[in-house]
Design a protein around this ligand. Structure first.
Ligand code: ITT
Length: 186
């Protein structure tokens, strides 16, 4: 099946292609959609559906969106749905702000959430969610991955997501788990 990936995040697109090789992913841009969808929802599910519905409507093709983020227990779930916009800067600034907000905080438990929405032109909608647990490190570790990966010590892997290979991360990640659930639904 040809799916339009309703994301402007190249790292997500790379991971989606690795985790879901059965399908051909076109970026929204390649499918002729160059707009930016405003994420007005307050949940991962709402934002994933918002992005997938918008791109499906605009292109007339099945669209898959990923809304994801990092939820830190001691910060009452922040940055959550605001993970990409946490500091107002890029990934490095977001990580810096996270470390600052956790200075002196003992409980560093956190989890990543990923909500995948797949919307078809005939109106069918599938939504799947995945989650992965870990703790926030005191400094960056590893050079792979993106976003908060170098600060996230995975319970499953015993190393940070930025130290893990792509295969290792995808096997236990929130994104890998959400896509696996979606595969079962399909
Ligand atoms: P699109 O909305 O265009 O897909 P985005 O980057 O704005 O791209 P989100 O609103 O879903 O996407 O924000 C997700 C943010 O959460 C992302 O920018 C990272 O900072 C973080 N994040 C999500 N998955 C991650 C992962 O696997 N590893 C590290 N950080 C991740």
């Amino acid at each position: 099946m040809q799916l339009i990936a309703a994301t402007g995040n190249q790292n997500k697109l790379r991971e989606l292609r690795e985790i879901f090789p059965e399908h051909q992913f076109l970026s929204a841009k390649e499918a002729g959609f160059s707009g930016d969808v405003e994420e007005t929802g307050t949940t991962f599910r709402e934002n994933a559906l918002l992005k997938a519905r918008t791109v499906c409507r605009a292109t007339g093709k099945p669209a898959l969106a990923d809304d994801s983020g990092l939820c830190v227990d001691a910060l009452n779930g922040a940055p959550g749905v605001y993970s990409a916009r946490y500091s107002g800067g890029g990934d490095a600034e977001n990580r810096k702000l996270l470390l600052k907000n956790l200075e002196g905080v003992e409980n560093r438990r956190a989890h990543f959430v990923c909500c995948i929405a797949l919307v078809f032109p005939d109106g069918r909608e599938l939504v799947a969610e995945g989650r992965t647990e870990g703790t926030i490190l005191h400094e960056n570790r590893g050079t792979g991955g993106f976003g908060y990966d170098s600060l996230f010590l995975s319970d499953d892997l015993g190393k940070s997501f930025a130290e893990a290979s792509e295969e290792e991360k995808n096997a236990v990640s929130h994104r890998g788990r959400a896509i696996n659930k979606l595969k079962e639904m399909l």
